[in-house]
Write a protein that binds this ligand. Structure first.
Ligand code: MN
Ligand code: MN
Length: 380
């Protein structure tokens, strides 16, 4: 495909010059605010962007997966993310891990199951726009339904790797057969059927309807459902977009990770704000935009994102997100905190005696008094 747009150049007004190469023009086009940053950018910031499209893909029979963790994006110490696709009937094997798992279904549908420390069970079908949350250590599995499924997983540790989970097949493969025979009372013939190595992602039969698949546990079901239907929530509407927040106040099981699904119209702005206690991990789902990040001490950086990219904001850093494209921008912002929290620059100013901000910013008092006292979150 040839691009007839003029070559982007590292120029700003009369400053800069042309880049005669060598250069990666496709990346320059995707990152205009790195090539020709706003004049307000200054200083050295950590990298705050890594694309799933730059990550190694693990390909298996029945699906694939790739991840962006602290290894790919070193600043991302609090959260890590995995993008996974399963063909119809394929499994993400029975497993557990040290981290809690938050998930968002991007496309298609799957069945998810878990059993907690009391033997209480959970089995549900989820589809596009649904969330799930599995507490740390609780074993679970995922199986694609008839249309297949793609989902995002987010873990509350930047050092997580999807390639280092505790798998049932691996546990069996590395336990002496004599011990397995004693544990289950199985015969030699049954032991011979066991896999010799981990299976991880593998093909399977599409499961029967949920009602006929469910197992009744003598200890009952898990007390708090691990599934949440985010798109059934009425969004908070703003001029220029809307947002749906899911945290422990409306999805009780999700006591380690909170999230907002944000949609911004073309030209709209996720207002200037910051988060008081936690880093922000973003996954960009649709559209494109830019994020400016203020790091104090005169430092500011601007990064461009599109679908499939991961963004990150260290806690307390001021930032905005602007839809710079022609279609709605949809992204997830996530936090390692049971409660979603943000501080709005405008709400702070509007609820401080107006003379204070007026004298700080050399503005007329009436200008400050006109700022709405409620949080805008998104504006245009
Ligand atoms: Mn898992
Ligand atoms: Mn934010």
């Amino acid at each position: 495909m040839t691009n007839t747009e003029p070559l982007p150049q590292p120029k700003r007004g009369s400053q800069g010059g042309s880049d005669t190469g060598p250069r990666n023009v496709a990346l320059d086009r995707q990152n205009p605010d790195l090539l020709s940053p706003p004049a307000t950018d200054h200083g050295t910031l950590p990298n705050l962007k890594f694309s799933m499209s730059m990550a190694h893909t693990r390909i298996e029979q029945g699906g694939w997966t790739r991840e962006v963790t602290q290894r790919e994006l070193p600043i991302a110490t609090e959260l890590a993310g995995v993008d996974m696709k399963l063909e119809p009937g394929a499994y993400r094997e029975l497993h557990w891990h040290k981290q809690s798992e938050w998930a968002y279904v991007l496309q298609g549908s799957c069945r998810i199951g878990a059993v907690d420390q009391e033997g209480r069970n959970f089995l549900e079908d989820v589809r596009e726009g649904d969330l799930w949350f599995f507490p740390q250590g609780v074993p679970h599995h995922i199986q694609a339904l008839g249309e297949g499924v793609e989902f995002l997983l987010v873990f509350d540790d930047g050092g997580f790797s999807e390639n280092a989970t505790f798998m049932m097949s691996d546990f069996f493969a590395h336990t002496p057969r004599s011990v397995i025979a004693k544990n289950f009372g199985w015969s030699a013939e049954q032991l011979d059927r066991l896999p010799e190595r981990e299976k991880y992602i593998f093909s399977g039969q599409v499961p029967p309807p949920l009602e006929s698949d469910a197992v009744v546990s003598p200890t009952g079901d898990v007390p708090r459902t691990f599934k949440h239907r985010l798109l059934d929530q009425e969004p908070e509407r703003f001029d220029g977009g809307h947002a749906r927040v899911a945290d422990s106040t409306n999805f009780a099981a999700a006591d380690k990770i909170s999230a907002a699904l944000v949609e911004i119209e073309p030209g709209g702005l996720r207002e200037l704000h910051w988060h008081p206690t936690d880093d922000e991990w973003q996954y960009w789902i649709k559209g494109s935009g830019r994020m400016g990040v203020f790091a104090s001490s005169g430092m500011n950086g601007t990064f461009n994102y599109q679908a499939g990219d991961v963004g990150y904001v260290p806690f307390a850093y001021g930032h905005y997100i602007e839809n710079t494209g022609k279609e709605p921008l949809v992204f997830l912002e996530m936090f390692r905190n049971p409660k979603f929290e943000d501080i709005s620059l405008s709400q702070w100013m509007a609820n401080t005696p107006p003379q204070v901000a007026a004298e700080t910013l050399n503005l007329p008092r009436e200008t400050v008094e006109a700022i709405p006292k409620t949080k805008a979150r998104i504006t245009i």
